[in-house]
Design a protein around this ligand. Structure first.
Ligand SMILES: [Zn+2]
Length: 285
């Protein structure tokens, strides 16, 4: 996509970016009542229909802000959950009550003291409203997620079991949300670099030692990225419009053609399935 001579790149916010948004929102919007909701683009409301959606959220209060994989969830009174899926280029910004919508604002949730803007240039991001116990087909991906890599239950035995006997490339399995909930292209590339494993390797060929290293690298990379408020290499912004800072710590993602920070060899890029993956041909075996 060309705009002003620059190629715009869209990347999907991953676990650390959504976790950053969650933490920032939580301190501000807990106990706020939803006073109104303005739907500027109807197809962004994926479930239920826009009218029912509106009726279901207005006058409810936000009692918690949680995250599951790449989904941001506002827990509302009366056992309702407002689920945001940012997809490729969605952002959430929290604005004062009198702020005007931004260019790509699709939905505005008006709270007592703030407005929550859901912005999405491509309009691919989606919002859902479900009651506890309800599990609509359209949210199938949400209800079939694997463990979170930063959680204690995502341990060596879990990862080993998930990749055992699998002939797929390890990179593809890391992107599989049934295995690593919340992981995307950035953090799979970075974790593979840190563990010294080449993304093209067949998963079942990883040794016990490599699997263990990969497990630790996944946790380490994700936790560091959360500490640095995520990676801003394209659309991702924090809720106050500022950038995250983990892009300063990347070794391979978006570094193709540049010298490896460890050994000086040029970082290469290869397609695996439809996704590009970057790695150092010397550091990663
Ligand atoms: Zn290297």
């Amino acid at each position: 996509m060309k705009k002003g001579g620059t190629i715009l790149r869209f990347i999907m916010p991953e676990l650390p970016e959504v976790e950053t948004i969650r933490r920032e929102l939580k301190t501000k919007i807990i106990n706020q009542k939803i006073k109104d909701c303005i739907i500027l683009r109807r197809d962004v409301i994926a479930y239920p229909g826009p009218k029912k959606f509106y009726r279901s959220i207005v006058n409810e209060e936000i009692i918690d802000v949680i995250r599951r994989a790449k989904y941001l969830i506002l827990e509302l009174t009366n056992n309702k959950r407002l689920i945001f899926h940012l997809r490729l280029s969605g952002t959430i910004s929290l604005k004062n009550y009198d702020a005007e919508p931004e260019r790509f604002t699709r939905v505005i949730v008006k709270l007592q003291a703030y407005q929550l803007f859901f912005n999405e240039p491509r309009a691919l991001g989606r919002i859902y409203l479900v009651k506890n116990g309800e599990n609509p087909k359209i949210l199938k991906g949400f209800f079939n997620l694997g463990y979170e890599p930063i959680s204690p239950e995502f341990d060596f035995n879990y990862l080993r079991k998930k990749i055992k006997g699998r002939k797929a490339r390890i990179k593809s399995l890391l992107l599989d949300q049934h295995i690593c909930a919340g992981i995307g292209n950035i953090y799979s590339d970075e974790a593979l670099f840190q563990s010294g494993v080449r993304p093209l390797r067949r998963a079942h060929r990883l040794t016990i030692e490599e699997t263990f290293k990969l497990l630790l690298s996944l946790k380490d990379v994700l936790n560091k990225a959360i500490d640095n408020f995520g990676t801003s290499v394209s659309d991702y912004k924090r809720t106050d419009g500022k950038n995250g800072s983990f892009q300063d710590f990347l070794y391979v993602y978006s570094k193709e053609g540049e010298p490896c920070r460890v050994c000086g060899t040029k970082i290469v890029v290869r397609k695996i399935g439809s996704r590009s993956t970057r790695y150092c041909p010397k550091c990663q075996k």
